[in-house]
Design a protein around this ligand. Structure first.
Ligand SMILES: [Fe+2]
Length: 355
């Protein structure tokens, strides 16, 4: 079947591009064979591309990107997604109960965490599944679930004990509980916050701490609620603590908190791709987040993308074959002509997208 020409307004996620899309200046925006995501569609709209060519559904070309995409249609993922939604509802009920009664039922919360962590999927599957779950969801309950799962994953990557991993998952669940107490209009505001509004949102750390401080929860969990916006250089909030005075749990929570916020749709930004987030972490977050934890987190995420086919900023394409330990966002690429590009040796080239 021949490619179909469609108008910009009719472009949908998961359509496969039959021809490269260029800007009016001749810059390659989205290459042929790309399975379109929301980000691509934003780009196509932004550059005012009126028509594009896509393959009819049945003529789509199978490659690894497509296999990864089709994972979202497997019975295992559908079951995972269903259970995920039910667990988010449970989290909402539990957190509302804490706010309404002013008491923390540690046993009930521990059971909830057991239920969240009780998954038949493997750790690498869990991360892959989570990459596909991202959508425009609320900023508190889904985020709490994601941070809980990601904190437990990072805890495993850090070889922490089962007890610590469970506590981290609970810390992830509760870290933003204070957000239930702040003004929801400000919390969900689209566009930049005023300084006053930002100061109001910042209070969620101390409000949350006041809710958990009198409970019998482990101390690290309470510290995570209070300190997850502290920065290693002392420029975070609410206390302006430095690295040596910050508990390990909030150090871990702050990394996965930022990662989940960046890879999720938010009222004020579109979701970023995980490799983009790795690059941003590398460029902007060393010195602000715990370097040792961050390094292990980024390295493991990057390893998840070995075997992916990518488009480079110079227009070349290739496959990610090796992750550079020094800089996980700059892997070794096997190009289409068979030659190898070490992205650490050519800082002018960067990955634009997966193809
Ligand atoms: Fe927070």
């Amino acid at each position: 079947m021949r490619p179909v020409r469609i108008n910009q307004e009719n472009v949908e996620v998961n359509m496969r591009l039959a021809k490269d899309v260029y800007s009016s200046e001749g810059i390659l925006l989205v290459p042929q064979n790309t399975l379109l995501t929301a980000n691509h569609i934003v780009k196509i709209n932004l550059y005012q591309i009126h028509d594009i060519y896509v393959y009819p559904q049945e003529e789509q070309i199978v490659n690894k990107s497509q296999i990864r995409q089709s994972l979202a249609n497997t019975p295992e993922f559908i079951e995972f997604s269903y259970k995920y939604d039910r667990k988010v509802e449970d989290i909402q009920k539990h957190l509302a109960q804490i706010v309404n009664t002013g008491t923390i039922n540690t046993i009930s919360l521990t059971n909830l965490v057991d239920d969240i962590l009780d998954s038949t999927v493997s750790q690498s599957q869990l991360f892959s599944y989570m990459c596909r779950l991202k959508s425009a969801d609320d900023v508190t309950y889904n985020h709490s679930m994601n941070v809980s799962l990601l904190a437990s994953i990072l805890g495993k990557w850090l070889d922490m004990s089962d007890v610590s991993i469970k506590e981290l998952a609970l810390a992830g669940l509760l870290h933003d509980i204070g957000k239930i107490m702040v003004n929801q209009t400000i919390l969900n505001k689209k566009g930049p916050l005023t300084e006053e509004e930002y100061d109001h949102i910042k209070q969620h750390t101390t409000l949350g701490y006041q809710m958990v401080m009198g409970s019998d929860l482990p101390d690290g969990i309470k510290q995570a609620v209070l300190m997850h916006h502290e920065k290693m250089n002392g420029q975070g909030y609410p206390l302006g603590l430095k690295w040596e005075n910050i508990h390990p749990y909030p150090k871990i929570i702050s990394i996965v908190d930022i990662y989940d916020a960046m890879t999720s749709e938010r009222p004020y930004h579109k979701r970023f791709h995980p490799l983009d987030v790795i690059r941003m972490f590398e460029e902007e977050c060393y010195g602000l987040l715990d370097t040792q934890y961050l390094y292990i987190f980024l390295e493991h995420i990057a390893h998840n993308f070995i075997g992916e086919h990518v488009l480079l900023s110079n227009g070349q394409r290739g496959e990610v074959i090796f992750i550079n330990k020094q800089s996980p966002s700059r892997p070794l690429i096997k190009k289409e002509d068979g030659t190898i590009l070490d992205m650490l040796n050519d800082m002018s080239v960067f990955i634009i997208d997966f193809i």
